[in-house]
Design a protein around this ligand. Structure first.
Ligand code: ZN
Length: 844
């Protein structure tokens, strides 16, 4: 190894800080791994250590909240003017991962293994390719999901996406450039992918300057001249000699060079020489094997994006509290529950109890005071400019997490039954490494830490769907809040028998009733229901909108009197009925109601040429009763799509009722077999959202126990998708498995991916009431592979908590395989019996 000489102190003293949001740190055995000579820095963060494995002593300090690396590494021999390469932190924020200053006569290689994740939305600066000071910076609000620059000299591009994921702009020097690929072959945005980035500097070029070569995943992607400059302020992962800059990922704020990308840093190597292409490729192989190998400890070094000049906030350090939790004097119960959850979880993480105080006791202007966690909306958060409108009916589920001068605000829309502030609290805890994946505490992940730090944050979240209901069995509030279940409830019931009781009215008014439903065109029936609804609205204080259920009784025996019959099919009849009720209410209670209806079975569709329109306030919940093995866009679900289109074009507010584990109460075997159509579910959500659905209710009734842990992957992915359907199942599961299974995560991810693929690949139809035999979905080879993955997972961990979870899943899978083995045996016996009968018959 080359010993380095430091002859000059760097001008910039800011330490390099990479925020770790989750720090599940362990240590694994190191494998001998040839990664070359002249290696001057090597950090294998994925093993949970910041040790400099070269022995040169440039250990990174690692802990919850930050990785600090040595300030400067001088490369290319001894430092002389105009002949140097340095690798260091830069920027006033001290969070910039690298900066290179080049170059005359020096050689160097920098290799970084990084997995980018979606950046938070915000203001992003579009910059040009000739340096970092464009005269008129353009701006756009959006997410930089991925940027890669496989282009030549002076070309720098970035793709911007808005919150809906639409591509916003790709620019080069303010001018759109042709194409920068932002999607992989499957059309997925290419994030959450572990990549090797290598920058090789060859400083000895004939013109006296240098040459940078860049590689991604072992393959060369670009070459740029390296022109000496005294100072280059570049953003994270920017390679910046002279005229050409390659930005790999980074967020720009108003001021340059002051924000970091989010992602996971796995490994960093720095060489004091230029690696050849073959060595880069070879490092790619050895790096992949080490990082994804069985002895790796996948440590999530999440790099948080940060506002300028903000400092990470210490809540707890070495057993001492450095913060208080503050709530408003007047607060809803949900805020008290959220503050209590924050208090209790921090206690479990650190052993320290942060006091809960009223905000009147807090003086944010005091020069010396503890950090303050402000939970819930209050006059104080108003003064801080945190504007979350408190309204259930006309605003979304919405929350923000914002940090400022020694405060963290966790504020959401808490109007009526909404729980925005609780969502903010759980979001923060999840970013600090916690996770809730079932009701059983064994499936909660609460990391133990000595120091608890909140990095600078500016989170602003809104739900895609206004009502996000999973199945009845999940009652634990911590799980419901962590999964953001809830929202503006949607009335669901077979209601007509309660509204027009047959026993009460049949004798006096036989003409009010068909065989199984009330007559829906009888003016007295409409009046009776409207008057009941008006009374309910009158009894409800304030101006809130009531969800009033007009859903039909659960039978197909509709009134077929002349008036009813001439309206067409049952769907048309139901819509007419709802409209009549709505018109009665509109006269006296306009804007105070939502009338819910159920389009399913007998009322599944409207007439084929329907031009019917829904009155304001009329809402329809359609039931997904198609093929659940395939997404709704699949040809086998054409009828489901048609019904949804027809209902949506009436202008009715749309909802979906979903049998999630389809009809399983009629197919006992699936109760013991996992059902995980992760991405299929999210594709359906995207479809629904696009077609105006705002309320989603999942039916999973008669689940064995609370349905966990057998159902957790589907439910967790579903819950996350109901908040934001643009997430990918794989992303959600990676986050979950890293927390739940740590070193065994790759095997467990493989297990769930195998189940998901089996369901996606099956040619069996899974209709709501007629499920395929599970052993035809999970074939014998798939079962064997699943068992092997579970065994490998158990071998990959020695953490008793992780092993207990894996054991839960192994027991679950054992039960499933027994069910499937019995079904297979019964099938074989039946085949044998049939053939014997045939033989007997032939012998007669
Ligand atoms: Zn009738």
């Amino acid at each position: 190894m080359t010993a380095l000489t430091h002859k000059r102190k760097p001008a910039c003293r800011a330490a390099l800080i990479v925020h770790i949001v989750t720090a599940m740190i362990g240590s694994g055995p190191l494998r001998a791994e040839p990664i070359g000579e002249n290696l001057v820095v090597r950090h294998d963060f994925f093993r949970g250590t910041g040790e400099d494995l070269t022995g040169n002593g440039r250990d990174a300090r690692i802990g919850l909240g930050a990785v600090q690396l040595p300030r400067f590494v001088w490369l290319g021999g001894e430092y002389e003017k105009d002949s140097r390469v340095s690798f260091a932190s830069a920027g006033r924020d001290g969070r910039t991962l690298e900066r290179t200053i080049a170059v005359r006569g020096g050689d160097a290689t920098i290799e970084i293994w990084f997995e980018g994740v979606e950046l938070e939305h915000g203001d992003y600066l579009l910059f040009d390719g000739r340096g970092h000071r464009p005269g008129e910076p353009e701006r756009a609000r959006g997410c930089i999901l991925r940027l890669e620059v496989p282009v030549g000299r002076a070309d720098v591009g970035m793709a911007l996406f808005d919150r809906q994921g639409r591509e916003h702009d790709i620019v080069n020097g303010g001018t759109p450039v042709s194409t920068i690929s932002t999607f992989d072959k499957e059309g997925r945005l290419n994030i959450n992918r572990l990549r090797q980035y290598v920058y090789v500097l060859d400083g000895n070029q004939p013109d006296g300057n240098g040459k940078w070569s860049m590689y991604i995943d072992g393959a060369p992607v670009g070459i740029a001249p390296a022109v000496y400059r005294t100072s280059v302020d570049l953003n994270v992962f920017t390679l910046g000699p002279g005229q050409a800059q390659y930005t790999i990922a980074g967020r720009q704020s108003d001021r340059y060079n002051q924000a970091s990308p989010r992602g996971r840093l796995y490994r960093m190597l720095i060489y004091d020489r230029a690696l050849g292409a073959d060595e880069v490729a070879s490092n790619r192989q050895t790096g992949l094997a080490a990082i994804t190998g069985a002895d790796a400890k996948p440590v999530a070094h999440e790099v948080a994006s940060a506002p300028p000049d903000a400092e990470a906030l210490v809540l707890v350090d070495e057993g001492r509290p450095h913060a208080v939790i503050a709530i408003a004097a007047h607060r809803p119960r949900a805020v008290e529950e959220a503050a209590a959850a924050l208090h209790n979880t921090i206690f479990r993480m650190t052993g320290v109890r942060l006091p809960i105080v009223e905000q009147t006791q807090v003086d944010l202007s005091a020069p010396v005071r503890p950090a303050v966690l402000l939970v819930g909306p209050s006059p104080l958060t108003d003064r801080l400019g945190i504007d979350v409108v408190q309204n259930r009916d006309h605003e979304h589920d919405h929350y923000v997490i914002r940090t400022g001068d020694r405060w963290v605000a966790l504020v959401g829309n808490d109007d009526l039954n909404l729980r925005g502030s609780a969502y903010a609290v759980y979001d923060l805890l999840q970013r600090l490494g916690c996770g809730w994946f079932g009701q059983d505490e064994a499936w909660h992940v609460i990391p133990r830490v000595r120091k608890l730090v909140v990095p600078p944050m500016n989170v602003d979240e809104r739900a895609a769907f206004r009502f996000r209901s999973l199945s009845a069995p999940i009652r634990a509030q911590c799980v419901r809040d962590a999964w953001r279940i809830g929202g503006r409830a949607y009335a669901i019931d077979h209601a007509l028998d309660h509204l027009v009781p047959r026993r009460e009215h049949l004798e006096a008014h036989p003409d009010w009733f068909g065989p199984g439903q009330p007559c829906m065109t009888h003016p007295d029936v409409v009046d009776l229901i409207a008057s009941k609804f008006c009374m309910r609205i009158d009894r409800t204080p304030g101006n809130q909108i009531l969800s009033l259920c007009l859903m039909v009784n659960d039978n197909a025996n509709f009134c077929r009197c002349d008036r009813c019959a001439k309206l067409g099919n049952h769907g048309e009849l139901m819509l007419h009925f709802a409209n009549e009720v709505a018109r009665r209410l509109a006269a006296t209670h306009a804007g105070r109601y939502q009338i819910t209806n159920l389009a399913y079975w007998a009322t599944f569709d409207l007439g084929p040429d329907s031009t019917s329109r829904a009155e304001p306030g009329v809402s329809v919940q359609t039931l997904h009763q198609g093929n659940r093995a395939k997404p709704i866009e699949h040809e086998s679900n054409a009828a489901v799509r048609a019904a949804m289109y027809n209902w949506s074009r009436t202008g009715a507010e749309m909802a979906v009722y979903d049998w999630w584990i389809p009809g399983f109460k009629h197919s006992a075997h699936w109760r013991k077999v996992p059902w995980y159509p992760g991405e299929t579910t999210l594709r359906d959500y995207r479809f629904w959202k696009k077609h105006g659905v705002r309320y989603v209710f999942h039916e999973s009734n008669r689940e064995a126990g609370d349905g966990l842990p057998i159902r957790w992957p589907l439910w967790y992915v579903g819950a996350r998708g109901l908040w934001n359907p643009d997430v990918r199942a794989e992303t959600v599961m990676s986050e979950a498995c890293n927390k739940l299974f740590a070193s065994a995560a790759p095997h467990m991810l493989g297990f769930y991916a195998l189940l998901e693929k089996a369901m996606a690949d099956t040619d069996q139809t899974a209709s709501v009431w007629n499920l395929p035999p599970p052993h035809l979905v999970y074939t014998t080879p798939i079962q064997a592979r699943a068992g092997a993955l579970l065994s490998a997972a158990a071998d990959a961990s020695d953490d008793p908590r992780v092993l207990a979870r894996i054991e839960d899943e192994r027991k679950m899978w054992k039960g499933a395989t027994e069910v499937m083995a019995a079904m297979r045996a019964a099938e074989e016996k039946k085949t044998k019996d049939t053939s014997e009968q045939l033989e007997d018959a032939a012998g007669m």
